[in-house]
Design a protein around this ligand. Structure first.
Ligand SMILES: NC(=O)c1ccc[n+]([C@@H]2O[C@H](COP(=O)([O-])OP(=O)(O)OC[C@H]3O[C@@H](n4cnc5c(N)ncnc54)[C@H](OP(=O)(O)O)[C@@H]3O)[C@@H](O)[C@H]2O)c1
Length: 242
């Protein structure tokens, strides 16, 4: 498969390394290698799938351009989901395919399933719940897309949790609030923890990324999936069927 990369930061480099090591696919274009560069439209025109890991500030505009070229896309960039409806419309009108994920790592997706299972049981047996995440100092969005996904899974299962609180609390937390805290420091590629608490005990589920390789593996699997397909897909929903 011929792949065009958009974004040549930490994730762009990780995907390039993975493809070079595996030899399974070919990178035929890299956009934004330098800050002054424009989209490499000539290279993208020759690609089977485009993989984007850039920034929430430019992603919707990029999706519009890539869909306008009739190309299918993997969107790793996070922090744009308020624009999901607009993006769905772009993909529908262009008759292209797009797959996105708040977290492309297979391990994190297993963690989502475990959180779903544990949340349903912990709600049934009267546990309280909270979440916590740590990421490197360079991360531009907070809370992480993964934290928001975990919070939505918990809130779907916990009947009493109605609102998500991600800020600092200068008061007691209300029973209907789910507190999910974020910390930014150093080089941590991503740590998420869910804490279930009762008067009898505490259960902790956590996922700790060793590096960025897991995201790159999932993004390549997503590229293989979206090649030749039409419509918009969320990786978290389809990964068990890959
Ligand atoms: N879904 C997942 O599994 C997953 C996993 C990891 C990361 N992510 C997300 O992927 C995105 C990128 O992560 P990263 O760690 O690779 O970030 P990064 O190291 O900061 O790299 C971002 C890349 O995008 C380029 N870029 C950013 N803003 C741009 C703009 N306005 N115009 C042109 N190019 C621009 C940067 O170019 P310059 O260096 O020239 O600025 C760089 O090449 C983030 O949204 C992050 O949250 C998602």
């Amino acid at each position: 498969m011929k792949i065009a990369l958009i974004g040549y930061g930490k994730m762009g480099h990780e995907i390039e390394d993975l493809i070079q090591e595996s030899g399974a696919h070919e990178i035929i274009s890299i956009s934004y290698k330098n800050p002054a560069e424009k989209l490499d439209k000539d290279g993208i025109a020759k690609a089977d799938v485009v993989i984007d890991f850039t920034s929430p500030e430019i992603i919707v505009n990029t999706i519009k351009k890539i869909a306008g070229m009739g190309k299918n896309m993997v969107v790793g960039t996070t922090g744009w989901y308020g624009e999901l409806r607009k993006v769905k419309e772009i993909i529908r009108k262009s008759k292209t395919g797009l797959i996105y994920a708040r977290n492309f790592s297979i391990g994190a997706n297993i963690f989502f399933q475990l959180t779903n299972f544990a949340s349903a049981l912990c709600d049934k047996y009267g546990y309280d719940v909270a979440g916590f995440e740590i990421h490197h100092a360079g991360k531009k969005d907070s809370p992480s897309g993964t934290a928001k996904k975990l919070a939505s899974i918990i809130m779907k299962n916990f009947s009493k949790k109605k609102t998500l609180e991600t800020g600092r609390l200068d008061r007691q937390i209300r029973e209907d609030e789910l507190h999910f805290a974020s910390l930014r420091a150093g080089r941590n590629p991503g740590f998420h923890e869910i804490i279930f608490d009762s008067s009898a005990d505490e259960i902790k589920l956590s996922h700790s990324a060793h590096g960025r390789r897991g995201f790159a593996v999932g993004a390549i699997k997503a590229a293989e999936f979206i090649k030749g397909k039409k419509g918009i897909f969320e990786f978290e929903e389809i990964f068990t069927k890959l």
